[in-house]
Design a protein around this ligand. Structure first.
Ligand SMILES: [Zn+2]
Length: 142
């Protein structure tokens, strides 16, 4: 629940609480990815050290997730992560591989994978916190 704000400290505290809740929710989303082999694939976000790593990771992990797709006789598949089958304007499922990859990697006009969007955000959070740690260490002369 959003409370009334008396000053900027209240706003900052509320913002931090929401940010913390969002991060927790994202970790919960990650923990629910199934099967465990697929969770292990997306859990590689922890290896990202820079924002460039995150960009490359998103493309690479999207390619890895394709291996979990169950492609039908029409060459289409639902997303192995979020279960989305696309807009269905051109038939059920995403065109395999390019349509599904675009959904996962967030390219073009295809709707973005909601699960990978949040895991991508976890990767960015991780890089941001690492940058904050490095800046603190530098400021402290370490
Ligand atoms: Zn998806």
């Amino acid at each position: 629940m959003i409370k009334a704000f008396n000053n900027f400290e209240d706003i900052e505290a509320q913002f931090k609480a929401i940010e913390s809740d969002l991060s927790h929710a994202r970790r919960t989303i990650l923990s629910l990815v199934s099967p465990p082999a697929l969770r292990k694939v997306v859990d590689t976000y922890k290896e990202c050290k820079t924002f460039e790593d995150v960009e490359k990771w998103r493309d690479d992990v999207s390619t890895e997730v394709l291996k979990f797709a169950q492609v039908n006789e029409r060459g289409r598949a639902a997303c192995p992560l979020c279960g989305s089958s696309g807009s269905n304007v051109q038939g059920w499922g995403y065109k395999f591989e390019d349509g599904l990859w675009a959904h996962l990697a967030n390219y073009g006009k295809v709707n973005e994978c909601s699960i990978l969007r949040h895991i991508n955000a976890l990767a960015r959070e991780r890089v941001e916190s690492k940058i904050d740690e490095d800046a603190l260490a530098k400021a402290m002369g370490r």
